[in-house]
Design a protein around this ligand. Structure first.
Ligand code: CO
Length: 137
């Protein structure tokens, strides 16, 4: 069963430019340091909003999966939605049992807990990330 909305993933050609939008135009005050997720080929930067987070994602290079997304969405755009679950492996098995395609094996996500992605074709056109609920909250 899905829990709290943890974050909305937003692909962008430039985290620095996107941060200006969230900070200067929308007024977000808590912007975390961007960091590299080498295995995913992306830079990630979290922006806190009162009830959730925005995850800004910028490709490191052409080999990133985000690169393809930006080819069809040059301005960037909403890439995925992430919900917390109590038990990631149980959630994965549940998705598979219900016929939803899970993309790859569980891996460690940007918050340091295991995650999976569920195919948008089985999720009404939305790429869904499920993440093991972090300990602190
Ligand atoms: Co995410």
């Amino acid at each position: 069963m899905i829990g709290r909305l943890n974050h909305v993933g937003i692909a962008t050609p430039s985290i620095d430019e996107a941060v200006k939008l969230y900070r200067d135009v929308l007024g977000a005050t808590k912007i975390h340091e961007k960091f590299k997720m080498e295995e995913q080929g992306v830079w990630v930067c979290f922006v806190d909003v009162p009830n959730s987070q925005i995850e800004l994602i910028e490709p490191i290079d052409e080999s990133s999966t985000i690169t393809g997304f930006l080819k069809t969405n040059p301005l960037g755009g909403q890439h995925h939605v992430c919900f917390e679950v109590d038990d990631l492996l149980a959630a994965r098995d549940d998705m598979v049992a219900k016929g939803a395609r899970v993309l790859g094996e569980p891996r460690i996500g940007a918050h340091g807990t295991p995650i999976i992605f569920v195919h948008p074709k089985d999720m009404g056109g939305v790429l869904i990330e499920l993440m093991q609920k972090p300990e602190a909250h």
